[in-house]
Design a protein around this ligand. Structure first.
Ligand code: CAA
Length: 271
């Protein structure tokens, strides 16, 4: 759940982080908005994503994550590896620090920019055109669904740079493509084009680039057409299914259904 006490980030604060947030009733659109840098990601952008997640207004049921310009995102801003760092002063200089626990805490803050996209209260859709590299690929993986243009290209580049994917991407990648394919993709850092992405299950839908926005709008409308409470309960159920035994999952279905029946018909309802 969003934190009801968290204040909405100002548009200016988000703009400084290379982000834009548009909320239209039940649909929020988060735009990575540094097209001149192919939406390269800084610490400020990841913290901005976390702020959006914390303060998402309650009526929002669908979150679309998109990138401005030709690429979804070129991943981490490579200037953060240079002396002086990226715009806004973000830099990797001393990122590991002397205290590993402190460094891990700082990475956890950045991961928070991704984890909220899995919440049961929302369905998140990544609208991917062009490149989704490294942290950009992981952001697409953090979303529940991926609608991609036929020019989309995914690449988990981290290993080539001496890093690991640490923005919560390894689990959904393995869940979607399986362990051997995930090893192959991450350890070769090769590029996956749209048609292969669809075959691997990395995209629910591939459309011509000019139709991407329309396809995402149609999907959002279809998601909003079902009962809101049932959508939340069903996503909660589906999210836990891979970790549960059949018995545990059957019990979880019963619990959720009793909650649904109570809401729909009052406490005396029965299936
Ligand atoms: N960081 C900083 N600047 C970047 C960038 C990045 N990741 N990607 C692109 N840019 C900049 C370019 O330097 C260029 O700037 P100038 O106009 O000043 O020259 C501008 O954006 C446009 O880039 P291109 O001309 O290269 O655009 P293109 O459309 O021909 O190519 C691209 C796009 C394939 C994404 C290419 O820019 C590219 O390969 N970028 C680097 C990608 C990369 O290696 N990212 C790191 C991923 S690993 C990661 O993300 C780790 C992590 O999270 C932990």
């Amino acid at each position: 759940m969003a934190d009801p006490t968290a204040s909405r980030p100002e548009a200016g604060e988000l703009a400084d982080a290379g982000l834009r947030l548009d909320v239209d009733g039940p649909v929020a659109t988060v735009t990575l908005n540094r097209p001149e840098r192919r939406n390269a990601m800084t610490f400020a952008m990841w913290r901005g994503l976390a702020r959006i997640g914390e303060s998402l207004p309650e009526p929002v049921r669908v979150v679309v994550v998109r990138g401005a310009g030709p690429s979804f995102s070129a991943g981490i801003d490579l200037s953060m590896f240079e002396r002086g760092g990226a715009e806004g002063g973000d830099s990797f200089a001393g990122a590991a620090g002397d205290d590993p626990a402190d460094a891990e805490r700082r990475i956890a803050e950045l991961q928070a920019g991704y984890t909220w996209l899995r919440r049961p209260e929302i369905v998140s859709i990544a609208a991917v055109q062009g490149h989704a590299i490294g942290g950009g690929f992981q952001l697409a993986l953090a979303c529940d669904l991926r609608v991609i243009a036929d020019d989309a290209r995914f690449c988990m580049k981290e290993a080539a740079l001496g890093l690991v994917p640490d923005l919560t991407g390894t689990k959904p990648l393995v869940d979607i493509v399986g362990l051997p394919r995930a090893i192959e993709l991450c350890l070769t850092a090769r590029t996956v084009h749209a048609d292969e992405a669809a075959r691997l299950g990395l995209a629910e839908l591939v459309v011509p680039a000019a139709e991407l926005d329309g396809a995402v709008r149609d999907l959002a409308a279809a998601l909003l057409a079902v009962h809101p409470g049932a959508a939340v309960a069903t996503k909660r159920l589906l999210r836990q299914a891979p970790h549960n035994t059949l018995e545990q999952q059957a019990a979880a279905e019963r619990r959720e259904q009793v909650g649904r029946l109570k809401e729909l018909f009052g406490s005396g309802g029965a299936a």
